[in-house]
Ligand binder design. Structure first.
Ligand SMILES: Cc1cc2nc3c(=O)[nH]c(=O)nc-3n(C[C@H](O)[C@H](O)[C@H](O)COP(=O)(O)OP(=O)(O)OC[C@H]3O[C@@H](n4cnc5c(N)ncnc54)[C@H](O)[C@@H]3O)c2cc1C
Length: 388
């Protein structure tokens, strides 16, 4: 029988960041992963640190994203110091480009939306945009600079988190698959694994990405599903691209300033179950989008292709916080923003565990919102009790 203060299920960036934060508070932490850690969505990500919403559904996440972006410099510094691994953190900002429709009108809307959400966004003339990024092609009709946005190399960051975790005393259990929760009355006291082993803890945190819903008794709190994203790594020999470039159809994230330069381009949003395939249609979509606004990339060499599974949720919001099972906490559903949201997630879960209160209003992200809405649906409209 193994006993810890906190058992975390899932060794992606979310589980790894929470473990790193908790060990700073001298808690005994175990991270259980059914395979080698950091091999799933967190490894597959592009690494943009953008708090801007990509749809109206994502607007409630903006304050969380801003808070996390503000934590990033100290988060990266702490992880790099504990691991002695560089994470590729860059604070060069991003350019959002518009290539279709009434681009000038769309630019005004984009700028107003950002300002309304407290996000810096500067409209640029096409001359200014091309001066900042000579790679921009003729199809670009309008552009804005997002000076506060940043990026990180997720593979370097996850490798650094893994090493930092080991160096700071987290016990890592690769190859341990959790099947169910151990309950004692209204308390969650641990988890059971496929080989029948039990791990006991005062606090259990489920951070198993899109697979969280597959853990027995977790689905009512964390109805996650996979949303596939395909990616392409490129190397191009012309003038380096200096910052993240994106349009509504795709993005490029530079990984270095070298010549030739390494870049990654993405991505697709697909409901394809748990199949991590790379498809010709997916690649066509990504490359078509980036070649449109940066045509110099048409000559770039393709180095690697891959896909990953984002943890999606029914309302596209993350699932963070305690449940009505004392001792059970959820930290998943970060969908397209888990790299951005890792530092704030680690901070909030640590606050819940150590102080039983949090410094941000997280009501919108409560795991109890799904159980409440199920209860609402099954309650009769007049509020009377149902009879069998
Ligand atoms: C193509 C792509 C591009 C992206 N780009 C960005 C970006 O630019 N910026 C950004 O902020 N976000 C981005 N994301 C989203 C981000 O990658 C995810 O939100 C984030 O990685 C989720 O982290 P996680 O730790 O919750 O999940 P994961 O990294 O998927 O980790 C979950 C872990 O749980 C383990 N596990 C599952 N089931 C069990 C079990 N039963 N028992 C034990 N272990 C289990 C898995 O093996 C895995 O290691 C992107 C995602 C993709 C796919």
């Amino acid at each position: 029988m193994k006993t810890y203060d906190v058992v975390i299920v899932g060794g992606g960036i979310i589980g790894g960041s929470i473990a790193f934060e908790l060990t700073q508070r001298n808690l005994r932490v175990a991270v259980l992963d059914r395979q080698e850690l950091m091999q799933e969505a967190s490894w597959a990500a592009a690494g943009m640190l953008s708090p801007a919403p990509d749809s109206p559904a994502a607007i409630p996440i903006v304050p969380l994203g801003r808070a996390s972006l503000a934590l990033y410099p100290q988060f990266v510094a702490a992880v790099e110091e504990a691991s002695e691994i560089r994470t590729g953190y860059r604070t060069d900002g991003a350019l959002e480009v518009l290539c279709h429709g009434d681009a000038e009108r769309e630019l005004s809307t984009l700028v107003a939306l950002h300002h309304g959400l407290g996000l810096a966004c500067e409209p640029l003339s096409l001359e200014e945009a091309r001066e900042m990024e000579p790679a921009l092609g003729r199809d670009v009709r309008a552009a804005a600079f997002l000076p506060d946005e940043a990026s990180v190399n997720p593979r370097s960051l996850t490798a650094a988190l893994l090493t930092a975790g080991e160096n700071t005393g987290t016990t890592l259990y690769p190859g341990v698959e959790v099947t169910s929760l151990i309950k004692s009355g209204e308390h969650c006291t641990g988890v059971k694994t496929t080989d029948g082993e039990s791990f006991f803890a005062e606090h259990v945190v489920l951070a198993a990405g899109c697979w969280t819903s597959q853990i027995r008794e977790a689905a009512p709190y964390a109805p996650t599903h996979p949303v596939r994203g395909q990616m392409v790594a490129l190397r191009h020999a012309s003038e380096p691209i200096l910052r993240v470039l994106r349009s509504e159809r795709g993005y490029i994230v530079p990984r270095d300033h070298a010549t030739p330069q390494n870049l990654v381009a993405g991505s697709t949003l697909e409901n394809a179950g748990y199949a991590k395939a790379v498809t010709s249609g997916g690649l066509e979509q990504i490359l078509g989008a980036v070649n449109e606004f940066a045509p110099c990339l048409a000559g770039a060499e393709i180095l690697e292709t891959w896909s990953g599974l984002r943890p999606g949720t029914p309302d596209q919001l993350p699932i963070l916080g305690p449940t009505d099972l004392e001792g059970l906490m959820i930290a998943t559903g970060h969908y397209r923003s888990g790299i951005l949201l890792a530092p704030i997630t680690a901070k909030l879960i640590t606050e819940w565990i150590t102080e039983r209160r949090v410094s941000l209003n997280c009501e919108d992200f409560s795991p109890m919102r799904f159980t409440r809405s199920n209860a609402d649906r099954s309650a009769p409209a007049d509020g009377s009790a149902t009879a069998e």
